[in-house]
Design a protein around this ligand. Structure first.
Ligand code: DAH
Length: 361
């Protein structure tokens, strides 16, 4: 405050009082301190009140002049007080505004951009490639009946081939009194789709006419009691089925080779059909692929099971195996995704760790 208020020698006592009050007010850093300072000048025992009390000793004339001067002094002190009050209030507001300031130039916190899961990307690729070859896409239930998952696929009750799959069962029975299961493969979709197709064309077939070919893939989730670096209790499969009057193993080879080359974007990919066994196909083959370059170059990698659909299964479709013939295949989109992106642990796909998943955005 030094220098702000200089007490001039010609100031009278009242001017000095106003200057002192102004200095005191200006020195009060807070509204509370200001109220204390006010009390010192305008309070009951304050200096202005004391001056007023002193009037009693004066003559009537002096009282009048002096009284008017003291009142003026009081008003000037009150004005100084009001000015300081306002200054403090403004300063306080300023502080508050600063504290609550919204910096509109600050870059926003962007919402994380979502992306498709790598396995979903694979599913979309599979659908697009088979779609371009005239295949429909079918979807079906993940909780299946025993007949659909096994019996219709030529997997008789109590047959040892059933134990190829360690199935999850649901604590609920179907109409035949058998436990429902979490489908261990997408193969029941062959039966569901083919039966619906045959039913739609039942009239033509009864007349001896022909039905349009069945050409379908059925991607989806499947379940088995299995868990390690290359197996997960929930995983994905994609079933394929092509049934017509003249569809052969050669067609399977052409279609699947075309699919693999498109999927891996590699024209010199090798395919191998290795004899195998599945109850629902005869003959059956595992399909292996080998890359012409890259870290897995020359190594045979199994990507699908396949085969000519077994006559009993064609019968279960509601079709005549003497007339309708074709092939089926079942592949693992998780495995295809691992190969395509060079991922070596299947569980990474299902852990939900963003550090992993964000790499595929
Ligand atoms: N369902 C078989 C499995 O889960 C895969 C499979 C093999 C499907 C041969 C087919 C097939 O359609 O023809 O292991």
């Amino acid at each position: 405050m030094d220098g702000l208020f200089c007490f001039r020698t010609d100031m009278n006592d009242l001017d000095q009082l106003v200057a002192a009050a102004s200095a005191d007010f200006a020195a009060a850093p807070t509204p509370a301190a200001l109220e204390n300072a006010k009390a010192r000048f305008l309070g009951k025992a304050g200096r202005v009140t004391e001056l007023l009390k002193g009037l009693g000793a004066l003559s009537a004339d002096q009282k009048k002049t002096r009284g008017a001067e003291i009142n003026q002094t009081k008003q000037r002190i009150e004005a100084a007080l009001a000015a300081r009050r306002q200054a403090l209030a403004e300063a306080e507001l300023e502080v508050q505004l600063k504290a609550e300031a919204l910096d509109v130039t600050l870059p926003g916190r962007a919402r994380g951009l979502g992306g498709l899961h790598p396995v979903s990307r694979t599913m979309e690729r599979i659908e697009a490639i088979f779609g371009s070859m005239g295949f429909e896409v079918a979807d079906g239930p993940e909780i299946e009946t025993d007949w659909m998952s096994f019996t219709a696929l030529n997997n008789p009750e109590n047959h040892p081939a059933r134990s190829m799959q360690d199935t999850f069962y649901v604590d609920m029975k179907d109409e035949a009194g058998r436990w429902l299961n979490l489908r261990p493969h997408t193969s029941p979709m062959q039966v569901r789709h083919a039966r619906a197709h045959a039913e739609r064309h039942a009239a033509e077939l009864a007349r001896g006419g022909s039905m349009p070919e069945i050409r379908v893939i059925a991607p989806g989730r499947t379940y088995r009691v299995d868990s390690d670096a290359t197996h997960s209790p929930m995983f994905h499969q994609c079933e394929g089925l092509w049934i017509g009057e003249n569809v052969s193993f050669k067609d399977l080879k052409v279609v699947f080779t075309e699919f693999c080359r498109k999927f891996f974007e590699s024209e010199d990919l090798q395919l191998r059909f290795r004899p195998s066994y599945f109850p629902f196909t005869e003959p059956s083959a595992e399909i292996d692929i080998a890359f012409a370059s890259g870290p897995l170059k020359g190594q045979w990698l199994e990507v699908a099971g396949s085969g000519q659909v077994h006559p009993q299964v064609v019968r279960n479709f509601g079709l005549d195996p003497e007339r309708h013939i074709g092939f089926a295949f079942g592949m693992g989109p998780d495995r295809l995704t691992m190969l395509r992106y060079g991922v070596n642990d299947l569980r990474l796909f299902f852990d939900g760790d963003l550090r992993f998943l964000q790499q595929f955005r």
